[in-house]
Design a protein around this ligand. Structure first.
Ligand SMILES: Cc1cc2nc3c(=O)[nH]c(=O)nc-3n(C[C@H](O)[C@H](O)[C@H](O)COP(=O)(O)OP(=O)(O)OC[C@H]3O[C@@H](n4cnc5c(N)ncnc54)[C@H](O)[C@@H]3O)c2cc1C
Ligand code: SF4
Length: 503
């Protein structure tokens, strides 16, 4: 039984009733940011404990079932939502690997214009082009980022490219962290063949293999001890992996602490423990998304192929269009039609294709509180979302679709003869839109002053000597592209900064 620090990977069954750990650096959360920070610290010879409330997973344990995945791999068992002027599903990962366990493996480098804005407006001095390019090169190599071949992409991706090409819209195959992908389409339930290179199998693997990291799964961090502007220890419960009931306790003392619980978990930890008030939790950005299903007269089988393999670039208009696949039990939720019509659509699912709009949110407002999540879609972001939906419909019609359906209540079945401006209206209430977002960010933003930010350019929480943050919450603004690569880069950056302080 484990009662002190040990390197390697540990789970609930290994723990004594109380575990007392003493290390150089303690990390809360084993997602993209936490795992990259662990790699940066251990390669400089430091001893690191990573505390993660979810479990360790081996690829063969994953099951291609939404219910199984929600129960075992998702925050709030798949029910996490935000409410404001509408309802937004806000999925996130829970487990060693965090959201990378369930993501689609898409890799985008941080857009240079966003990095320049972060440096100019928010003083993110460490994010120089030279440093970030070094991080991107390392991430590309570690994650094996590549574009999967056409035979693996299959028709759900190919048909969207066909329509976009016919309209002359710019786009490309998505680079992905899944070099051995066979196109089973189940990324969001975990990759059963281990082709997806998630954080637990890559950066965290490096940290463990270096002999410097101990990874404690099923360990939820709840509290903190402080003295004179320093954190002295963090502690919490070890959990039953199935029920999440407390089974024991742990306490970790370290010279430095890094919070990497994601853009919901990290501000919540600060707020609940009175470590920081507003603006912690403010400035929530999410890339609001809404989907579309298109019907063709031939088989597409949208549940096969790369989960998300092709995108159309409309950056200047504030959105990207990305193909996705949803298993039938989730596709159902996106068919906003009367029951009889919806059943018809579901019966024809094998002849359907799916894509969604990813909005670069600018005027929406959101906040994480101790117990809730609020998000209200701004008027301009809503206009951009509908611009994206209409563009996706035009792409599908150009590819030969006979009809499309959206998650917008009242829009009905839309055929090529419909006036898209009339059926997909900018002024639709957000309550009528099926909204989804998998990219929460910005809730502990980096900046120049404690008045309007939570961390400084090193990722250090203002007012605390040895407390840092390394996850999507430090993004000063919405990113505009899928965030895992930027999050890994944040983890490497903050891990390097903390190593400099410990050393
Ligand atoms: C369904 C889905 C698909 C996505 N697809 C893509 C994609 O294709 N490409 C892309 O770039 N991005 C994608 N993303 C987003 C991307 O995966 C995330 O933005 C990124 O992984 C976030 O990293 P993070 O370190 O901020 O947090 P996370 O990876 O979410 O990790 C936070 C971890 O902290 C743990 N934690 C929280 N609080 C505590 C606590 N108190 N004690 C212990 N542990 C705690 C959580 O359990 C979790 O494991 C997707 C996300 C989802 C949900
Ligand atoms: S689509 Fe590829 S990466 Fe995703 S789960 Fe299937 S094999 Fe793994």
């Amino acid at each position: 039984m484990i009662s002190t620090f040990q390197t390697g990977r540990h789970s609930a069954a290994d723990y004594d009733s109380h575990v007392e750990i003493d290390v150089d650096v303690a990390i809360l959360g084993a997602g993209a940011g936490g795992c990259a920070a662990a790699a940066a610290l251990t390669e400089r010879g430091l001893r690191v404990a990573v505390l993660e409330e979810g479990s360790h997973w081996q690829p063969h344990q994953f099951q291609p079932s939404s219910i199984w995945a929600f129960r075992n791999l998702y925050q709030g068992r798949g029910t996490r939502t935000a409410q404001g002027n509408g309802l937004l599903a806000l999925p996130g990962g829970r487990g060693v690997g965090g959201s990378t366990l369930i993501n689609s493996a898409i890799c985008f480098r941080t857009p240079p214009s966003v990095l320049a804005r972060w440096r100019d407006e928010s003083g993110c001095e460490r994010f120089t082009d030279a440093w970030m390019n070094e991080c991107f090169d390392r991430i590309w190599e570690t994650l094996g980022v590549t574009v999967n071949p056409p035979e693996v992409q299959k028709d759900n991706n190919r048909i969207f490219k066909l329509g976009a090409d016919r309209l002359g819209l710019p786009g490309d195959w998505l680079a992905r962290a899944a070099p051995g992908c066979v196109g089973c389409g189940s990324c969001q339930q975990g990759c059963e063949i281990g082709a997806k290179r998630s954080a637990d199998r890559t950066f965290l693997g490096e940290a463990v293999e270096s002999g410097g990291a101990g990874v404690y799964a099923n360990a939820r961090v709840l509290g903190v001890e402080t003295s004179r502007g320093r954190v002295i220890a963090i502690g919490g419960h070890t959990l039953d992996p199935h029920t999440e009931a407390a089974r024991g306790s742990f306490r970790v003392s370290a010279r430095h602490y890094i919070l990497a619980g994601g853009a919901i978990g990290t501000p919540r930890f600060l707020l609940r423990n009175g470590l920081y008030g507003s603006p912690a939790g403010d400035n929530l950005r999410v890339h609001p998304t809404s989907g579309m299903i298109a019907r063709f007269d031939h088989d597409i089988k949208p549940w096969t192929g790369v989960t998300q393999g092709y995108y159309v670039d409309q950056w200047e208009r504030g959105f990207l269009l990305q193909v996705y696949n949803a298993p039938p039990d989730q596709a159902w939720l996106q068919v906003a039609l009367p029951p009889a019509e919806a059943v018809q659509w579901m019966a024809n699912l094998r002849r359907s294709a799916m894509a969604g709009v990813v909005v670069h949110d600018e005027d929406s407002t959101g906040q994480v509180t101790e117990d809730g999540i609020e998000y209200s879609l701004g008027d301009n972001d809503r206009r951009v979302l509908f611009d994206g939906l209409r563009t996706a419909a035009r792409i599908y019609f150009a590819a030969g679709a006979s009809a499309v359906v959206t998650g917008v209540q009242g829009a009905g079945t839309i055929d090529p003869a419909c006036n898209l401006d009339e059926t997909l209206k900018d002024g639709t209430s957000p309550w009528q839109i099926g909204l989804y977002a998998a990219h929460p960010m910005g809730t502990c933003r980096m900046g120049r002053s404690p008045a309007d930010s939570v961390v400084d350019a090193d990722g250090r929480v203002w007012g605390w000597d040895n407390l840092h943050i390394a996850d999507t919450s430090v993004f000063p603004t919405s990113l505009g592209v899928n965030p895992q690569v930027t999050t890994y880069a944040v983890g490497l950056t903050v891990g390097t900064a903390v190593a400099g302080r410990v050393g």
